[in-house]
Design a protein. Structure first.
Length: 477
């Protein structure tokens, strides 16, 4: 298996630190607003990567953190408490904001079918460990105290910029020291921030305050996965400064840190950056309310390589709906064919499609090619059924194997293909009677009546297919 490593900017053979085990850390949400489909892409992409590693037989410890104290969360809480007096209830309001939006994040990821992480550490649960980490950096000369603030000394990171592929001189050219900051260099970043009135704060050797954003991921990954672990992931927008600073402070503390860095591309809406001010802000809730089936969003995400940008349009969601319909049509045909099995041995065609799927996923998780392999399997299976007037037991068993492969492979993508409306939930006898009435109308060349019956069946979520062997029906997606 090859993975593109953002640190080296090359594809590298993936070799885990421990045989059969993988430690994986992905930057999670800062919980101050409703999760949108950009958040969904990152969460889903790394869910697929985790699922495929498990499909390959690895035991994956998947850590996704939660930033539950941050300037944005505090501002949201301040907006909610404005008019109640200076700092009135702000600490409690910050906690309420974080809990509210974390609950929403969990709710909508569950509706998307994204698996929960093995560990979900919150920043506020690791304050003492962050302070110990900062003390270590000061002792090693990689950080310094300035009043009640503590900063990382960027000059102590000799290869700063290696992850984002930027030179120190280029970065410093546009950097500025903001009013009130006592840092030595514009690029130095806060490890500990002095308390402001009413804001959440903790006692520390440097005075009351709270941790900077970057320190939390270095600390939590180290505590849960060790000083060196396999994969660190997140959105491409986190490479600088967040991930660059994680590398600097972890190495500054004498830790090896992540071996493979993976970053997903960003999402736009109709060619524009998503923003509330542009009126194109789509939350996960908005999408599910509009389209009902989260698999359409997943198939849309799968249509582009995870490292590439992707542009959301309703036309592309309509294409995703047709793609899922192709899966459903085949699985319904397999069920109606009475396919049973498996035979206990895989056929040549079975191994071919399975191999193409795995070959694509082994090449830096190339989901467009892997998805194409599944659609090739669908085409093959439809022809397999269509070329046979009647299936014998061996052919039914082979068809069952094809269906099992399709469901297992699509399980890597977290698609809910098994959630097809069961025929037993519909009036099968009534449907059969209407189909016969339609066929009689067609034989009598009463095409108006035939079309009316087709429309009536469509309103009942029934789609008709006229084949050489008669009229078949299936449930509408």
């Amino acid at each position: 298996m090859d993975i593109y490593n953002s640190l080296t900017r090359t594809k590298e053979e993936f070799v885990p630190l421990k045989a059969g085990e993988i430690g994986m850390y992905v930057c999670g949400p800062t919980v101050y607003d409703e999760p949108h489909i950009g958040h969904a892409r990152s969460a889903y992409i790394f869910d697929v990567i985790r699922r495929y590693l498990e499909y390959k037989g690895y035991r994956v410890r998947f850590v996704r953190n939660v930033t539950d104290v941050d300037d944005k969360i505090i501002k949201k809480a301040q907006d909610g408490t404005r008019g109640q007096g200076s700092g009135a209830g702000l600490e409690e309001a910050v906690k309420e904001v974080a809990e509210k939006y974390l609950d929403l994040y969990h709710k909508y990821l569950e509706e998307l079918g994204v698996k929960p992480p093995t560990d979900e550490p919150k920043a506020t649960e690791y304050i003492a460990k962050m302070q110990a980490f900062i003390k270590l950096l000061i002792e090693r000369g990689a950080a310094y105290q300035a009043g009640s603030d503590v900063y990382f000394d960027i000059k102590r990171a000799s290869d700063y910029g290696k992850l984002s592929n930027q030179s120190l001189a280029m970065m410093e050219a546009g950097a500025r020291i903001a009013p009130g900051e006592n840092k030595r260099d514009p690029l130095d970043f806060a490890l500990w921030k002095a308390a402001k009135e009413g804001e959440p704060s903790w006692d520390s050797p440097w005075g009351k305050g709270r941790p900077g954003w970057h320190i939390e991921c270095s600390v939590m990954s180290s505590c849960l996965l060790g000083d060196e672990f396999d994969i660190h992931g997140g959105g491409i927008d986190l490479i600088f400064p967040h991930h660059e600073n994680e590398v600097a402070q972890s190495e500054g503390a004498g830790k090896k840190f992540a071996r493979y860095w993976m970053h997903n591309g960003l999402l736009t809406i109709n060619g524009q950056k998503m923003a509330k001010s542009l009126g194109n802000f789509i939350t996960i809730e908005d999408f599910i309310a509009r389209h009902s089936d989260p698999d359409y969003l997943k198939l849309f995400f799968l249509s582009a390589h995870y490292r590439s940008p992707i542009d959301y349009t309703e036309e592309r969601i309509a294409e995703a709906k047709k793609e899922k319909e192709r899966f459903w049509i085949l699985l319904d045909k397999i069920k109606r064919a009475g396919a049973r099995g498996p035979r206990g041995r895989a056929g040549k065609e079975f191994e071919h499609f399975k191999g193409k799927f795995e070959e694509a996923m082994d090449d830096d998780f190339n989901t467009p090619l892997a998805l194409a392999a599944l659609f090739d399997l669908v085409t093959y299976a439809n022809k397999y059924i269509g070329d046979r007037a009647e299936l014998n037991d061996d052919e039914r068993a082979e068809l069952a194997e094809i269906g099992a492969l399709l469901e297992r492979s699509s399980g890597v993508f977290g698609l809910s293909l098994s959630k097809i409306v069961q025929r037993g939930e519909l009036d099968v006898g009534g449907i059969a009677k209407l189909i016969e009435e339609r066929n009689a109308a067609r034989r009598a060349k009463d095409f108006k009546k035939a079309d009316e019956i087709r429309k009536k069946l469509s309103d009942m979520s029934v789609i008709l297919e006229d084949t050489k062997d008669g009229t078949e029906w299936r449930v509408k997606v």
